[in-house]
Design a binder for this molecule. Structure first.
Ligand code: G3I
Length: 367
């Protein structure tokens, strides 16, 4: 097993191991993750899809019981909403928004500008000699106007750094948006979003900033440079979304390194949220109980660091149940024997796992 910090492992294992070994429920007094979060003035939620609303009532009952905020896993991205030029089709994302409204859940908007999952007509348009900035701002204006008054926060720009691409500041220069408009596409996007919805919190989100590896460290450095630049130019950014796709079985978690990063983000005056938490358990122990315990342990160690920040707004997991996790189908993380990844709080039968307890107790332990 990859080493993670001993304190975190032992504290996590003490809880998770007890559960894994069929011990008594080491849960706090709270009956749900949203109750644990609300007891500390925080949010807990999950990414969901319209197909789950349409076809899986037991799953949606669990979402309703556990979450006070939800986010679209896919339907509010550029490709599904605007696959053809012109009209924006909000039919599927509106299903998620309607669920949120009728169940009194806050709603996150994911995502306005991403280098991935753009329709071909956008990719082609951005390659023009003088690309039209409306290709960038048109969707922002339309999506923000459509959901104005109903969105807690927007992921305005998602995944804008990639040091491996060689930019001196680590920006994702292969992004079609960077190619078309330079680094200022990020400034333009945030300014357009603020103008279109002055009340939503505006986030920049990033992955692989959590673990101890040199690659994660380079990404943390690039993120901090970007956030500092945006703040120095008075770009209207309110928060940073730590995606939280943890990979403890291929990469060590170091509390001190991660805590330093969280403190630096907080020092920029930004709020913080864990926006896509899950744990890739591929390469973990074959023994399910042991693997679940270690997933719980790293979840607790990771969240303890974020919960220590007064800038923390809450946690969303990228799904609620192993029944629906991108990890189980993504080539790099899926199990070759077809077993489901176990990187979410509930198993495929909606039974709580040590990861659930780890999240609840991280909320409970927040001062
Ligand atoms: O639902 C349609 C189906 O009707 C259609 O026939 C099929 C044709 O390909 O596509 C289906 O949509 C898929 C969608 O997930 C819904 O399941 C898309 O192909 C597939 O590309 C899409 O993948 C999503 C991926 O982002 C790309 O948008 C994953 O579900 C989602 O978990 C993943 O989430 C990302 C975050 O947005 C950003 N951070 C990383 C995270 C994991 O990659």
């Amino acid at each position: 097993m990859t080493e993670i910090s001993r304190r975190a492992f032992m504290s996590g294992l003490g809880t998770a191991g007890l559960l894994a070994a069929g011990g008594t429920e080491a849960r706090g007094a709270q009956a749900s993750l949203k109750a644990s979060a609300e007891a500390k003035g925080l949010l807990y939620g999950a990414a969901i899809k319209s197909s789950q609303i349409q076809n899986d009532q037991p799953f949606m009952q669990a979402v309703t019981a556990e979450c006070n905020i939800v986010v679209h896993e896919w339907e509010l991205k550029r490709n599904p909403v605007q696959s053809e030029p012109g009209k924006l089709n909000f039919y599927l994302p509106d299903m998620v928004a309607a669920y949120a409204r009728s169940n009194e859940k806050k709603l996150r908007g994911h995502t306005l500008v991403w280098y991935y999952d753009n329709p071909q007509w956008i990719v082609d348009g951005l390659k023009a000699r003088n690309p039209d900035p409306a290709l960038l701002t048109g969707y922002i204006d339309g999506a923000c106007a459509h959901y104005r008054g109903r969105i807690h926060s927007w992921d305005v720009v998602n995944e804008g750094v990639e040091p491996a691409e060689g930019h001196p500041d680590g920006l994702r220069i292969q992004s079609p948006w960077y190619q078309a408009f330079g680094a200022e596409y990020i400034d333009i996007a945030f300014r357009a979003a603020r103008a279109a919805d002055p009340d939503a919190l505006l986030f920049y989100c990033e992955y692989s900033v959590e673990m101890a590896s040199a690659m994660n460290e380079r990404r943390r450095t690039a993120v901090l440079k970007l956030l500092e630049r945006l703040k120095s130019r008075n770009v209207p950014i309110d928060a940073f979304g730590i995606q939280g796709h943890l990979k403890p079985f291929v990469n060590r978690f170091d509390e001190r390194k991660f805590a330093r990063f969280v403190e630096e983000v907080q020092g920029l005056g930004l709020k913080i949220m864990v926006t896509e938490l899950d744990v890739a358990d591929r390469w973990g122990p074959n023994d399910i109980a042991k693997r679940d315990a270690q997933v719980g342990a790293v979840t607790r160690a990771f969240l303890d660091v974020t919960m220590a920040s007064p800038a923390m707004l809450g946690v969303l997991t990228w799904g609620l149940s192993d029944k629906y996790s991108w990890l189980s189908s993504y080539p790099e993380y899926k199990w070759p024997d077809g077993q489901l990844s176990r990187g979410l709080p509930l198993d495929a039968q909606l039974v709580r796992k040590p990861m659930y307890t780890a999240i609840a107790e991280a909320f409970d332990a927040r001062k």
